[in-house]
Design a protein around this ligand. Sequence first.
Ligand SMILES: Nc1ncnc2c1ncn2[C@@H]1O[C@H](COP(=O)(O)OP(=O)(O)OP(=O)(O)O)[C@@H](O)[C@H]1O
Ligand SMILES: [Mg+2]
Length: 345
Amino acid sequence: MTVSLEQLRRCHFAVDLGAARTRVYVKGAGLIVDQPSVAAVNTRSGALIAVGDFAEQMTGRTPGYIRVVRPISGGTVVDIEMAQRMLRQLLGDKTRRQLRRNLRLRAAACTPHDADPLAQRATIETLVGLGARRVELVDTLIAAAVGCGLPVERPEASMIMVCGAAATQVAVLSLGSIVTAERIPVGGEAVDHAIVQLLRHDHELMLPSQSVRPLQLALSGNGLTPQGPETTEIHGRDVATGLARSVRVDTATVREAIQTPLTAVLDGIGKVLRDCPPDLVADLADRGITMVGGSALLPGFDQMLREATGMPVHIADRPDICAAEGLGAMLEGRVEPLVLNPLAA
Ligand SMILES: Nc1ncnc2c1ncn2[C@@H]1O[C@H](COP(=O)(O)OP(=O)(O)OP(=O)(O)O)[C@@H](O)[C@H]1O
Ligand SMILES: [Mg+2]
């Protein structure tokens, strides 16, 4: 996957198809779509009922004939046709008309670090279905590093960690390229899942998906470090009776449950550091790790990394949109053409 900045500058729009959220940057207009990667379909007629935020609100609340689907899973487009329909709806008629005015419409997209050829093909096909005649792929790690303003083109190491919904990607970058990288299949979804499972096992409570975030927030302030409030009240449904019930949950046990998936992330960081040349590791001791991606906002995650690695850890401004903004910066030609070429390892 090698693409030059020159080719990217000729793209008209860029898409970040995430497991949780879809983002679209249109050249000259900026980030115009940032919505959940969700579509609600009428199974009787096949019609699309809603996409994005509306469709997400329907999750778990639909009558039998409406199905809420996620066309992107694990960082890969798993249902190309549905992803195209979702994107068309998210873009809206006006933007699509504007894009179609370009005779040879070009698109850019970011793909996970070790995306296999099939996954790359699925992303390309999705955008071709939207009218793109040519699609450039950029490694998410590079797009995110550019988006959060890391000096990737310099001959010194930067470490970036993209904390997505389906996966966490960690890399050391230098001279505009990836030196070592790891993709750990653990992200925000695994953390949410750990919390849901804990409540099911320890309290026989089924937790609606909307209640996971408030519970995470109860850990905030002091985050994953053990000084937050001791218990917090949470509402759900009793597994046996099916009736609504609320329980007081011990925040320490929630913290513990969250630690398990996050340990895999720590292992991944260790592997990247071990594979990295010593000179670059020395740079990293001062510069530390920059966290991007929505799950970087998980309360206390940064503190846990600081304690485990002994390195400085920063969360980027607006970490969730860094990859899309990075693609945007490349489209607009706001990236130094010095070294960022080739873009991906
Ligand atoms: N404030 C927050 N606290 C904790 N977790 C959060 C917060 N905001 C977002 N998340 C989590 O971040 C994840 C979404 O992050 P992001 O938008 O980077 O994912 P994505 O790009 O769609 O996924 P991927 O890159 O893995 O395909 C979700 O799992 C969500 O639960
Ligand atoms: Mg992402």
